[in-house]
Design a protein around this ligand. Structure first.
Ligand code: R5P
Length: 291
């Protein structure tokens, strides 16, 4: 296997190449003045199974185009199989029809990836696993939650309370709980499908004087974490941390979260930023070695 160093995940791809010992395929990428993307593979992929490591966070549309172009370039240059390793998979949240007249965005993206030449896909903590059923190619999601939870045990926060900001993320809190060895619980979140506004509510949680880590798949605007932190403060939590797999952290999200009294934001390198304190490289390397 060879690792194609996708421009949006170059550092992560380099780490994966180092851990697996697979040869690297550098990529030249450029954006033309009109906004169009250009990519070129810099070494041979002939007769190889290649893994393109390339996340599709902001700017997601051009990242997706780059991914398709790299897959097409690989196939045109003789690659026998293309595996896309896409740590953050854009558009996965629109995985069903919520309101009449909508589309299923992830279905369109999946069809596009297949048409470009991708044979299989590996992602990490896709928002909802049922999105994978929209793929016309083998697709699987891995979980980075144990790795995130280990970051906190290494900090000495064993037994911290693992909190999910909504019911859908409870499985995430439970995965963290298995590593942390403390309690787990969840808040309730309702979303108005027309305005996108969310409201959060909580039954009484046993968080008084405890360290609480809020675990979520994505932090985008930070609204969910800010709302959860407010409830946790009201219920007497001693310290609050926020952890997510995909730290999109749009606009002033980071500031808003820290201003809400959260001690630290911890994310993976699925979306590279200064909050990417946990690398997905070992998890993804193992998955690639097992193919
Ligand atoms: C949605 O249900 C996701 O799991 C996250 O909770 C959501 O994307 C976070 O968004 P924001 O940071 O904008 O509240």
């Amino acid at each position: 296997m060879k690792i194609i160093l996708g421009p949006s995940s170059k550092e992560l791809a380099e780490k994966i190449a180092e851990l697996t010992g697979f040869e690297k395929v550098p990529v030249v990428s450029r954006v033309f003045p009109d906004g169009e993307s250009y990519v070129r593979l810099e070494s041979s992929v002939k007769d190889e199974h290649v893994a393109i490591v390339h996340t599709t966070s902001k700017p997601q549309d051009s990242s997706l185009m780059q991914l398709c172009f790299m897959a097409n370039a690989a196939k045109r240059n003789g690659a026998k199989k293309v595996t896309a390793v896409v740590p953050y998979l854009a558009y996965a949240r629109q995985d069903k029809i919520f309101l009449d007249g909508e589309n299923v965005s992830i279905e369109t993206i999946a069809a596009m990836l297949k048409a470009a030449g991708i044979d299989q896909l590996i992602t990490v903590n896709i928002h909802a696993e049922n999105a994978l059923s929209r793929f016309p190619l083998p697709a699987k999601t891995l979980t980075a939650i144990p790795t995130l939870a280990e970051y906190f045990t290494k900090k000495g926060l064993t037994k911290a309370f693992a909190l999910a900001p909504d019911k859908g993320a409870m499985y995430i809190a439970q995965q963290a709980q298995q590593i942390l060895g403390g309690e787990a619980g969840n808040l309730e979140k309702q979303r108005d499908r027309h305005t996108g506004q969310t409201t959060q509510t909580a039954a009484h949680l046993s968080v008084k004087d405890k360290v609480v880590i809020i675990f979520d798949d994505i932090i985008s605007t930070g609204g969910t974490i800010v709302g959860a932190a407010k409830i946790l403060h009201e219920q007497g939590a001693a310290k609050i941390y926020a952890a997510c797999v995909h730290g999109l952290l749009i606009g002033d999200a980071e500031k808003r979260i820290l201003d809400a009294g959260v001690e630290e934001i911890v994310a993976t390198d699925s979306v590279p930023s200064k909050n990417s304190k946990v690398t997905l490289a070992p998890l993804l390397s193992e998955a690639l070695k097992a193919l």
